[in-house]
Design a protein around this ligand. Structure first.
Ligand SMILES: Cc1cc2nc3c(=O)[nH]c(=O)nc-3n(C[C@H](O)[C@H](O)[C@H](O)COP(=O)(O)O)c2cc1C
Length: 121
């Protein structure tokens, strides 16, 4: 599934998509198609090496608690829920962390993803 997402970075609103596997929990990838972050800093969201880090990460743990994080240090939940921060672009990173958590959470696609996980349509 390819789900549209957006949210603030440092200088701009980032617009993109997150691709989630049919199980509603495994991330296939993340791609922004529009933003005005600084080349070499926040615009590294477009770097193929950084984007590749998203593939295979999980959104929520076995209890269904959203754990995905985009931070300098891994969360207690572990690396399978963690994408490394962008070097020198902490503020864009915080924006991406926040927007992914918003859209994947209760106020975003969370209920839809929960429904998929429980075998609904
Ligand atoms: C001209 C200029 C452009 C910047 N662009 C960005 C940006 O796009 N994203 C970002 O997070 N930080 C940007 N910064 C840096 C932030 O001000 C801040 O220093 C940085 O996010 C801190 O990251 P760090 O803790 O990883 O060093 C820019 C700084 C300058 C001077």
């Amino acid at each position: 599934m390819i789900l549209p997402i957006h949210g603030y970075g440092l200088w701009s609103t980032l617009y993109g998509y997150i691709a989630v596997e049919e199980n509603g929990n495994d991330i296939y990838g993340l791609q922004f198609y529009d933003h005005a972050e600084t080349p070499g800093l926040g615009a590294e969201v477009d770097n193929p090496r950084w984007k590749a880090l998203w593939n295979g990460k999980k959104l929520a743990d076995e209890d269904g608690t959203l754990q995905i994080s985009v931070t300098k240090t891994p969360p207690p939940a572990g690396e399978e829920y963690h994408i490394d921060a962008l070097a020198g672009a902490t503020l864009t990173t915080v924006g991406v962390h926040n927007l992914v958590n918003f859209w994947m959470g209760e106020a975003g696609y969370g209920p839809f993803l929960d429904n998929l996980k429980s075998g609904g349509v």
